[in-house]
Ligand binder design. Structure first.
Ligand code: ZN
Length: 342
């Protein structure tokens, strides 16, 4: 089968390679998913560029957002599942620690991400534990289904779970045309909150008008200044932050007294230079919100299936054009998701 491997750190053209490898055999409790669609995330870019804690043992294969068909099953898995159309929850956990017991898989000490700590879906086939499978909802095509897991589940935890956003509140969503930002924007809009959204171009702003109350072009005005102007100096109740060191201080400055900054990532770097007085003197809180749990995944999948939330697909590419997908995400050219079809 074909697979897209990261063979070294570097630019997309030198670090990514389409290779031919033996198809994987599912072990006990596992299934082989024949991949119909796999979406890219910043995690795929990090796998190629390296990030703190990254082991750098090449070759490696990323791809966390997988939709496909069960092609084979290992022992302990019902053969009837062959042919099932599925979406994969990308987290694997021990199943019986105190956190797994309360349904918080991502808090498990043994938590692993398919496509980061285990081989991912950028291939014709991938083996995953059978318990990671969710049925693909009937109304969704594979491309749309693959656009849901990482971004929408994370955004749900940011806005609804950790963020506890309420309809009468105000929220600032950074990078609202990208994957997780756009998902957070749609979820906040559905809740009924008043939303300020940042983006970097007029083309992207046009798309965001359907969900955001105010759109801020951060290339014109720093987003803290824009938010304070738009709110008569009050600031917002919640900031959904995933950019990191480039934006942290401005995001904190954008918060109202007692506001919450919810953080799911740090694509520009994880070492911000911040004034901690800007946190405690204003009763502000910073809350961590990584990937959502299994229940949150089911909730967003259900809302996408019913048309309440709509993943934006920037482009669909064959697996062989993976380098183009990486460049588009890294250069922030995309509106929504880049999805590959092996
Ligand atoms: Zn556990």
């Amino acid at each position: 089968m074909r697979a897209a491997h990261v063979t070294q750190y570097g630019d997309p053209d030198e670090a990514l390679e389409i290779v031919s490898v033996d198809p994987p055999e599912p072990g006990p409790g596992e299934v082989r998913v024949d991949v119909e669609a796999v979406a890219l995330n910043h995690l795929d870019v990090f796998a190629r560029k390296g990030h703190p804690g990254d082991e750098g043992d090449f070759p490696k294969r990323s791809g966390c957002d997988i939709a496909g068909v069960v092609g084979a099953v290992g022992t302990q898995v019902d053969e009837e599942r062959i042919g099932d159309e599925v979406v994969v929850y990308p987290g694997v956990s021990c199943g019986d620690c105190e956190f797994c017991e309360i349904g918080e898989q991502t808090m498990c000490a043994e938590y692993e991400i398919i496509g980061e700590n285990r081989p991912g879906g950028l291939a014709d086939s991938v083996t995953v534990p059978a318990e990671t499978l969710e049925p693909k909802p009937e109304p969704l095509d594979f491309v749309t289904a693959a656009a849901v897991p990482v971004t929408f589940t994370t955004a749900w935890r940011m806005i609804v779970g950790a963020g506890e956003l309420r309809p009468a509140e105000t929220a600032l969503i950074l990078g609202a045309s990208g994957g997780v930002g756009n998902a957070a924007l749609q979820i906040a809009e559905r809740l009924g909150a008043t939303i300020y959204a940042t983006t970097s171009s007029e083309r992207k702003a046009d798309l965001l008008e359907q969900w955001a109350d105010e759109i801020i072009d951060y290339t014109d005005t720093p987003h803290d200044k824009a938010v304070l102007d738009l709110t008569d100096g009050r600031g917002v109740d919640l900031v959904a932050e995933h950019v990191g060191e480039e934006t942290w201080q401005k995001s904190i400055n954008s918060l109202a007294m007692g506001g919450r900054m919810v953080v799911c990532g740090a694509t520009s770097g994880a070492d911000p230079d911040i004034d901690i007085r800007s946190i405690y003197q204003h009763h502000r809180q910073i809350r961590g919100a990584p990937m959502g749990n299994r229940t949150q995944f089911r909730d967003v999948l259900s809302l996408v299936a019913s048309g309440e939330l709509t993943p934006q697909i920037d482009r669909v590419l064959p697996l062989s054009d993976i380098a183009e997908g990486h460049r588009a995400i890294e250069n922030r050219e995309v509106v929504g998701k880049v999805v590959l079809k092996p």
